[in-house]
Design a protein around this ligand. Structure first.
Ligand code: GDP
Ligand code: MG
Length: 166
């Protein structure tokens, strides 16, 4: 099995932490420089089951310029070309314009999307249900997976679900 997975989400939701946790080493994150490259590979995860290639997808935010418009269209094309999108949110933060913008973009692609609710180590389990309800009404996610990227809670299930989708 092998496939391409794009990780999207607002800044600071824990995308890099998740990649580092899955891949396990510092090799996950090549740099913090602004990224302009299309389909930048940030991590490759290999097991006996197969290989998952994680891609950074820049530009999933409201464009402020013509160049921004272009970047967004590039990002949308990328979302169409991958096998799976992980949309990461922060369980401790209210839904914001940044999330809505991403959801609008996701609605324009056919690729399956997992909602990854991160930082569950910081919230009570009961707090997850309203979040799940809220997001379910906005988009038909293929799966909704609560995790703590930092502590590794449920990240094994996420990886398994990713492989199941390939
Ligand atoms: P990115 O901008 O989406 O790549 O977010 P980062 O991976 O850089 O994480 C932003 C901040 O959230 C950092 O201070 C992380 O340590 C923290 N963080 C990420 N994942 C978790 C988590 O599961 N639990 C907690 N408590 N903090 C987290
Ligand atoms: Mg990051």
């Amino acid at each position: 099995k092998s496939g391409f997975v794009s990780i999207v989400g607002r800044p600071n939701v824990g995308k890099s932490t998740l990649l580092n946790h899955i891949v396990g080493q510092k090799i996950a994150i090549m740099s913090n420089k602004p990224q302009t490259t299309r389909n930048k590979i940030t991590a490759v995860y290999t097991t006996e089951e197969g290989q998952v290639i994680f891609l950074d997808t820049p530009g999933i935010h409201k464009p402020k310029s013509k160049l921004g418009d272009y970047m967004v269209s590039v990002a949308e094309n990328t979302l169409n070309e991958v096998d799976l999108v992980l949309f990461v949110i922060d369980a401790t933060e209210k839904r914001g314009a940044g999330d809505e913008y991403i959801i609008d973009r996701l609605k324009q692609v056919k690729t399956p999307v997992f909602l990854v609710i991160n930082k569950i180590d910081k919230v009570h389990p009961e707090a997850l249900l309203p979040i799940i309800d809220e997001y379910r009404q906005l988009y038909e996610f293929k799966a909704i997976i609560p995790i703590s990227a930092m502590e590794g809670n449920n990240t094994g299930s996420l990886v398994q679900a990713i492989f199941d989708e390939m």
